[in-house]
Ligand binder design. Structure first.
Ligand code: ZN
Length: 313
């Protein structure tokens, strides 16, 4: 009940008045989580055909109790649970609600997967979900309170990514090939178009397999990767993700000019250090929109998609 009251209050208070209204970031976090889930879900579903790694589009965020310390976990019905359910989504239509527990997927109990032993249990549940073969009914064992029931549903595919708002007031957007994280600070300072543009850029990295391709090329991350060939290839990946982002936005029915608009805004200029200048990024995206995003959707960046199986050099 407490969560619901907090969420309603956050909705009334609005993101821009977080500080003025005395609402702490912790209280507003579920609102930003749901907002990012709705924006990211629309983009991931509309672009499924551009993604070679997909998962069932349930319209949910999963969390596990091991992501919370000191007994602060929400009242989940099982160690892995639905932290958010988008109204009208495949999960909502199947009667799944927030805080319901997820016990098993396709008859297999949720358990840690090889390679994810040190990650939250949620990550293993997500990997099990993503492994579900497209086009077959998805069977979920659901817990609510002490009740258990089995739900069978047909979900369309969407691009595969684990998306979450990080409990951090800084300006971070990050993807590692599997997870896309946007910090609470950045999400709460961005309007919907800006948040969509940031997310589309990070999804662009995933669609084009940048993490795998940069690792295969021996490119270092962060500051270590800011020199010579590493710098060149890192910037190449950034430019490709920027170009990709306008297609991802347009296919989802979002004005692709949200991309260049972000980098020309005060928020974009503040977060563009480290990459190339915001003005250059905006110009590159303007050119892509003018050259390729005319006529009706879908918009398919054939040259970029051909790159994703090629080594970066
Ligand atoms: Zn990037």
């Amino acid at each position: 009940m407490k969560r619901i009251i907090i969420a309603l209050f956050a909705l009334v208070a609005g993101a821009s008045s977080v500080a003025a209204g005395g609402l702490s970031p912790a209280d507003d976090l579920p609102k930003q989580d749901l907002r990012l889930l709705q924006i990211s879900n629309a983009i991931m579903a509309a672009n499924a055909s551009l993604c070679d790694r997909t998962m069932p589009d349930l319209g949910v965020a999963l969390q596990s109790t091991d992501q919370y310390s000191g007994g602060g976990a929400p009242p989940f019905a099982a160690p892995v649970a639905f932290a958010e359910v988008i109204p009208g989504s495949a999960a909502a239509r199947a009667g799944i609600a927030r805080d319901d527990g997820l016990i098993a997927i396709d008859g297999k109990a949720i358990a840690k997967r090889p390679g994810l032993e040190r990650a939250p249990l949620r990550d293993s549940a997500f990997a099990m979900l993503a492994d579900h073969p497209a086009g077959t009914p998805l069977v979920l064992d659901i817990a609510r309170g002490t009740e258990r029931r089995e739900v069978s549903l047909q979900a369309r595919p969407e691009c595969r990514a684990l998306v979450e708002v990080l409990a951090d007031d800084g300006n971070t957007a990050h993807s590692d090939g599997r997870v896309i994280q946007i910090s609470y600070g950045l999400a709460s300072r961005a309007d919907d178009r800006q948040l969509a543009a940031m997310f589309a850029h990070e999804l662009g990295h995933l669609v084009l397999h940048h993490r795998d391709r940069l690792s295969a090329a021996g490119v270092k991350k962060g500051l270590l990767g800011s020199l010579g060939r590493d710098r060149r290839l890192n910037l190449q990946a950034e430019a490709e993700a920027d170009r990709m982002s306008v297609y991802l936005l347009a296919n989802a029915g979002i004005d692709p000019r949200a991309g260049p608009g972000l980098w020309r805004s005060p928020l974009g200029r503040r977060i563009s250090s480290g990459h190339q200048s915001g003005a250059d990024r905006a110009k590159l995206m303007d050119a892509e929109i003018a050259a390729h995003l005319t006529g009706p959707p879908p918009y398919v960046p054939t040259d970029l998609l051909a790159q994703r199986t090629q080594p970066m050099r």
